[in-house]
Design a protein around this ligand. Sequence first.
Ligand SMILES: [Zn+2]
Length: 315
Amino acid sequence: MASKMPVAIDSTRRKITISMAECSDYESPLECEFCDAKVSFVNGFTREVGDNIISVNPYFRLKTSNTHGSECKYNVEGQVKVIVRESEGNVLTQTESGKFELRLLAVKKAIQKLQDLANKKKNGGSDDQKEIKEKGYIKSGQKLGSYINSALRVLKVRSFCEENADIENLLELVFDGVRLPWKDFYYEDKDYFRCYSNIRKATVTVPIAIIGVIKSVRAIDGEKGKFTVINLAGPYRKTDKKDTLDSVYVSIWSPDVGLFEGYKAGDVLLSFGIFDAAKVTEKPNNSSTSSVRKFRNHDLRLWPISKSQLCKVSG
Ligand SMILES: [Zn+2]
C-alpha cells in the first residue's frame, strides 16, 4: 500500500527531487523520505486521451515487497486512520475486523440535504425569519459539509496511490449495507465509458468519484442564466461503423460562477457526487480533415452543491 512520492533520499543521504532524478543526479539505492522503505524513480510520460495529449508527471514509487513504516506519512493505512479519527458522524468507521468503512449512503444523504437547504434558502421567508434560518442552515451545512469532506480526504489518499489495489483491502465501500467494489466507485479516464453504462443501468444512484485532466473551464451565458462549466478530457471508442466514434464527456456545472475559480486546463481534478448520465446523442464532427463524420456522445454531468466535492490533485 503506497502513495506516489515527490522526493526521495539517496545512499549519500541527500534529498533527491524530481528534477535531480530526471538528470540521474543521485546515488542508488533510493529510500523514502520518512522511513527506510526502498523506492525507485518513474519517468514522466505522455498519453493520448481522445484528441488530447496528457502528460503524466514523474514520481518516486515504492519498490516491490517494500512497505512504508507505520508512522510514515506515505503509509496509506496511517493516512486513512488519521482521517477516520478526525471524521464526524458515522460516515467513516472502523469495523470489528479492524478494516475501515466509508458509508456512501450517509454521504449521499448529506449531499441531498445540502441541496434541500440550498433550495429552501433560495425560497426563504421574511428578513427576520431568514436570519434565524440562515444560522440553522450554516450549522447544518457545516456538519453535512464535513461528511463530504471526510469522503474527499479518503479519495485524495486514493488519488496518490497507483491503483485501487493500494487501498481496497484497507478501506471498504458500503452503500446501504451492500459492499461496492472500488472499480465501481473511483473512475479514471480509461473507465469513463464503463462509468457511463454503470450509471445508466443503476436502479439506485450512488455517489461516485471521477478523476481526470481538465480540458477547459468556460463561462456559459445560456437561456437559463449564467453557468460555469469544467470539461474533462475523455477517451474515444471505436464503433462498428467506420465513420463514427463513441465519445464520452464528463462535465461539472455550477450556477455559482466563482465555484471553479483556481481551476485551469491541464489540472488533474478529483470530483465526487451524484453524476447524471444523459441519453447518447449524435454530433457531427466539424473537422473536415478527419475520416470521422460523427460522434456518439456519452454525457456525464455533475452539479456539485459544495466546494468540497472537488479538489485539485497532482497527476
Ligand atoms: Zn515511507
